[in-house]
Structure formats: C-alpha cells, structure tokens
Design a protein around this ligand. Structure first.
Ligand SMILES: [Fe+2]
Length: 168
C-alpha cells in the first residue's frame, strides 16, 4: 500500500511541477486523511487516491476558466485523475469512486460515504487556517462544529486549532 501512495505522490508532484504550494497542500491533506481513516474506517486506496489527487484539476481550472474556484476544480479534476489512476493500475470501481469524490469535494451532502467525509474533513483541516481567522477561538469553535462532517475530523480540528499548545 505504501508503494501505491508513493506512486500517487510522485505522479501528482510531476503533474504540479514547480507549484510547491499545491504539492504541499495535497501532501498535508493526504496525511490528515490517513489519520481520520484509522478512526472512521474508510477504504485506504480510495482515501489516499482522493487525498493526493483531489485538487489535481486546479491548473486546468485556472487555464481554461481563469479561476481556481471549487466548481471549476470539480469539473476539471476527474478526467485528469482518471488518466493517472488508470495508468497506476487502479480498478475501475476504485477509479470511479475517487473521481466521484473529486467531482464533489467542494459540495458536501451529495455523497455520504465515509471515504468522502474523510477527504472533505482532511481538506478542511488544512484549509481552516487559510479561510478563517483562527485567532478568534470562540468563533472558530463554532465554525468547526458546522464545517466538519465526522466526529474525528472535529476532534482533530479542535486539537489542532483550539487547544493551547504547551509552551513549556
Ligand atoms: Fe484541497
């Protein structure tokens, strides 16, 4: 399974080239997704595939639509992901599920699988700091309750963003 993840990461990095921001984002989301997977019980190849490739459409979205908006990524991502996953030997059902997750990763509520929720929450665990003022802890606590789809996602967000770090 590590081989599979390494292949995915290498392919994603080749694709993004010198865009280290997107590479780091994909790596961080995948790492969070793996942690949530242990508790939520998703399907490893699906979660890791979706984690690594969820934003793979962002360059095409910017090129074709001049926007990195979620809706354009959802359109442009799946065909690129499909090509990569086919080349890496994923089964058709796995390719279909990963592409379905990518096609909805900014649109919660349409897919309700554990695999989708894990990817969605892992993306938010990384994005929270960019999208909201994380210094306002009270407001942030409310946002965490609203945004996350899994209990372990919420718990990890609280642990990461709300708990006072021991400055010892
Ligand atoms: Fe993302």
């Amino acid at each position: 399974m590590e081989v599979l993840k390494d292949d995915l990461l290498r392919t994603m990095e080749d694709y993004f080239g010198d865009d280290s921001r997107r590479i780091n984002h994909a790596r961080r989301v995948t790492a969070y997704a793996e942690r949530l997977l242990e508790v939520e019980g998703g399907d490893y190849p699906i979660v890791v595939g979706a984690g690594v490739l969820h934003d793979i459409g962002i360059h095409e979205a910017e090129r074709k639509h001049h926007s990195s908006g979620g809706k354009y990524q959802e359109i442009e991502g799946p065909p690129i992901a499909r090509g990569i996953l086919n080349r890496l030997g994923f089964e058709k059902a796995q390719v279909d599920e990963i592409c379905e997750i990518i096609a909805h990763h900014h649109s919660p509520g349409k897919i309700n699988s554990a695999n989708f929720k894990i990817l969605y929450d892992a993306d938010w665990l990384v994005n929270l700091a960019d999208e909201y003022d994380i210094k306002d802890k009270k407001k942030l606590a409310g946002i965490i309750e609203t945004v996350f789809l899994t209990e372990s996602g919420k718990a990890l967000a609280r642990e990461t963003y709300l708990e006072e770090k021991d400055s010892g």
